[in-house]
Design a protein around this ligand. Structure first.
Ligand code: ZN
Ligand code: ZN
Length: 296
C-alpha cells in the first residue's frame, strides 16, 4: 500500500467518470472537455455507457484524455447489474452475460488496463457481493451525481468492508457528470511521473492518489507516536483503521485550534492499514487511500 506523498512526480487533478450525449449526458464530448479544461483539470476520462470515445477526435486544451467506458456486469443487487468503469484500451470490452459474476468480471478486467466499481451505495451493492470479484482497483468512495440526484453519494462502508477483508482497494471520488451542474464537484489528485495516459493509469493502479470534494491533502507523515496530517484549512480529521470500531477522530480533541493546516492524530493501535479523511468548514471531505503505518 502506497504513500503518494513520498513518491516522485507531479500532482495532477482529474475526473475519471463522465457522460456525454454519446450516452445519457447533456453535453457533447467536446463541450464536456471544454468544461473540465476551463476548470483547470489536468486529466479527464469520458466514460459513456458501453461506448468508447476516441480522444483523438477531441481538442484536449492541454488536458490528458484517457479513453474509457462504463460497463455492466450481471449479478448486482435486485436484478440490476454492477456498474464498472473501464479505463484505457482502444475498444469497448465484451462482458459475457451467461457466466457467474466472478467470471464476467475477470473477463472484463482482462480486456482493459484498469477498472473500478461505481457507486456501490446508489446500486445498493453489499460488500460481500464484491468480495469474490477480482481484477479491479477499487470502488467509488464518492459519486457526485448519485449524491446530487438521489442522495446516495458516499460508499465508505463498502470500501472499508473490502479493506477489512484484506482486499487492497483504492477509493475514487468522481463526478459521474451527466448534467453541467455536476461537473467539477468530485475529483482525484494523482502523483504521476508524467502527464501521459499510461503514467496516470499506472499511478491509479498502485494507489498514488487521493480523492476530494473540496479539501487538499498535502502530507501524511509519522511524527513520534502520532500521524501528522497536512492539508488545506480544515475543521476535522479522522484516521480510520482496519478493525471494527478502530479509528481516531479530532471531533472532541481538547485545545484544537480550527481551522488547522496540520494536525497530529494518535495511531489506532495494531492495525494492518489506516486511511485518513479531512473535512473543511463546508463539510466537504478528502480521502486518502489506505496505507500501512510502517510505510510513513
Ligand atoms: Zn453507473
Ligand atoms: Zn456513470
Amino acid at each position: 500500500m502506497p504513500n503518494p506523498f513520498n513518491q516522485p512526480g507531479s500532482w495532477l487533478r482529474g475526473n475519471v467518470h463522465t457522460h456525454t450525449t454519446r450516452s445519457d449526458g447533456y453535453l457533447s464530448p467536446q463541450q464536456t472537455v471544454d468544461e473540465y479544461a476551463a476548470r483547470g483539470y489536468d486529466f479527464l476520462a469520458i466514460t459513456d455507457h458501453l461506448i468508447l470515445t476516441d480522444p483523438g477526435e477531441l481538442d484536449p486544451h492541454g488536458m490528458t484524455l484517457i479513453p474509457g467506458a462504463e460497463m455492466f456486469v450481471p449479478g448486482g443487487s435486485f436484478g440490476y447489474p454492477f456498474h464498472v468503469v473501464a479505463l484505457g484500451g482502444d475498444r469497448v470490452p465484451v462482458v459475457p452475460d451467461n457466466v457467474p459474476p466472478p467470471e464476467a468480471m475477470r473477463a472484463l478486467a482482462d480486456q482493459v488496463p484498469l477498472c473500478f466499481f461505481c457507486h456501490p451505495f446508489w446500486s445498493l451493492i453489499e460488500g460481500h457481493q464484491l468480495l469474490p470479484l477480482q481484477g479491479h482497483i477499487g470502488v467509488e468512495v464518492f459519486n457526485q451525481t448519485c449524491r446530487g440526484h438521489t442522495g446516495r453519494g458516499g460508499s465508505e462502508s463498502t470500501w472499508d468492508f473490502l479493506l477489512a477483508h484484506g482486499q487492497p482497494m483504492w477509493g475514487l471520488a468522481v463526478d459521474d457528470a451527466h448534467q453541467p451542474g455536476d461537473i467539477g464537484q468530485a475529483w482525484i489528485v494523482a502523483k504521476s511521473e508524467s502527464r501521459s495516459p499510461e503514467a496516470l493509469l499506472d499511478a491509479l493502479r498502485v494507489g498514488h492518489f487521493y480523492s476530494s470534494i473540496g479539501p487538499e491533502l498535502r502530507g501524511l507523515r509519522r511524527h513520534g507516536e502520532n500521524l501528522l496530517v497536512q492539508c488545506s484549512p480544515c475543521e476535522q480529521a479522522v484516521v480510520l483503521g482496519a478493525m471494527a470500531g478502530s479509528g481516531r477522530a479530532s471531533y472532541y480533541m481538547p485545545g484544537l485550534q480550527r481551522p488547522f493546516e496540520e494536525i497530529l492524530l494518535p495511531f489506532p493501535s495494531s492495525d494492518a492499514w489506516l486511511r485518513v479523511e479531512i473535512i473543511d468548514e463546508k463539510g466537504r471531505k478528502a480521502w486518502s487511500n489506505p496505507f500501512r503505518p510502517e510505510e510513513l
